[in-house]
Ligand binder design. Structure first.
Ligand code: IMP
Ligand code: MG
Length: 180
């Protein structure tokens, strides 16, 4: 099949995303209301738009750090092998930590990152994923907070890419391939 010819069907509007991000931030702020300083860790690159919106809605003292892991290459299939490409800059021992992920799909990435960061002894470690595709799960893992559950569709936009494109869409859309 030719994977270069596709259209994007809007799945979640920019307005719905904004409303949900506000709701997530309220829940997260309540959970961490007694923290000195929350370390919010964005998983590069897919979460960069989400984390930017989320931290601006968070009424808490926060620090921001980033972690980059590889799992997808440029295609649509997870390699299921998770490698750390860029590690955190700061220490998280004894600290309150929130991992921010774009999508939980098979679950390999989030499970691996949670295990990895737990070896550094955070006081509390929670996770927030904008999207969840529960029907695709291979590893038993669930984010503490999820923005939207979506069906088994390949999605783009709001930071999320297909072959490094479409990250700059304000909405989230499903990729539909056109056969000719
Ligand atoms: P998992 O390890 O299979 O859970 O994969 C999680 C990662 O795969 C996410 O952080 C995304 O970067 C990527 N991913 C999963 N589904 C999609 C999708 O529909 N579009 C783009 N990237 C995706
Ligand atoms: Mg990702």
């Amino acid at each position: 099949m030719d994977h270069s010819n596709y259209v994007i069907d809007e799945l979640i509007s920019a307005k719905s995303i904004a409303a949900r991000v506000e709701g997530l931030a309220k829940e997260i702020a309540l959970h961490f209301s007694n923290t000195d300083k929350l370390i919010v860790i964005g998983m590069l690159r897919g979460s960069f738009v989400f984390i930017a919106d989320l931290v601006r809605e968070l009424d808490l003292p926060v620090e921001v750090d980033f972690l980059e892991v590889s799992s997808y290459g440029d295609g649509m299939e997870s390699s299921r092998e998770v490698r750390i490409l860029k590690d955190l800059r700061g220490e998280i021992g004894g600290r309150d930590v929130l991992i921010v992920e774009d999508i939980v799909d098979t679950g390999h990435t989030l499970a691996h990152v949670v295990d990895y960061l737990n070896t550094r002894g955070p006081a509390r470690l929670e996770t927030c994923a904008l999207l969840d595709k529960p029907s695709r799960r291979e590893v038993k893992v669930r984010a503490t907070w999820t923005g939207f559950e979506i069906p088994d569709e390949f999605v783009v936009g709001y930071g999320i890419d297909y072959a490094q494109r479409n990250r700059n869409l304000a909405y989230i859309g499903a990729v539909k391939f056109i056969q000719d």
